[in-house]
Ligand binder design. Sequence first.
Ligand code: GTP
Ligand code: MG
Length: 211
Amino acid sequence: MSHGPPTYPPAKESDAPFAALPIVFPGSFPDATVRLEPRLPEVALIGRSNVGKSSLLNALFGRKLAKVSNTPGRTGQINVFRLPTLYLLDLPGYGFAKVPKSERARYQKLVKGVLQKRKSLSGVLWLLDIRHDPSAEDQEHGELLAASGVPALVAITKADKLPFGQRKKRLRELSLLLGFPEEQVQPTSSTTGEGLAELAETLLALESPKE
Ligand SMILES: Nc1nc2c(ncn2[C@@H]2O[C@H](COP(=O)(O)OP(=O)(O)OP(=O)(O)O)[C@@H](O)[C@H]2O)c(=O)[nH]1
Ligand SMILES: [Mg+2]
């Protein structure tokens, strides 16, 4: 019997873009520079607590592999998911006041560490809620992201919460506030599946950074 990391088989009857792929869970790590083997492109999901990072991963997977709860601050380490050609890194969220101070500091250090020190990153997916303007902490992370030079894509989450007629204007507004061109701002909904196919396509096209 092998004692490798757990492997989740393809999901049954799902339209989720990664449903047909087996997904390996190499583990949860408290260290921003943990080395993942084999080498594959890596994409980290960042965004404030409760924005929908873990939900978006589960919606892409068609399986509930990332922990989601009504209690913000649920994700506390780097949770790594390995697809056949790509790693997706679920990170703790920033900006949640009810997480104890010491935990918050640890989360913050981890997220900053990933943005500043993780040489193996191929891309960052930055998540923002369609209903809220970017907070001061969002802007701060946007600056770290820009300074990192890592290719970034913005996923606007919970698009289902805004009536369809208001979407276009809101997306234009958000892309201006964030300083990202509109083609790098993808509306998504983990509830309805909107935007997931487009997002998956972009993620699969990423290549590893040259070392
Ligand atoms: N309506 C709607 N609700 C969503 C969507 N995505 C996430 N949610 C809800 O938002 C809440 C937070 O989702 P999570 O996926 O746990 O958020 P997170 O960013 O991983 O949070 P942390 O781990 O605390 O950083 C949950 O109650 C989800 O059900 C969405 O697309 N639409
Ligand atoms: Mg989470």
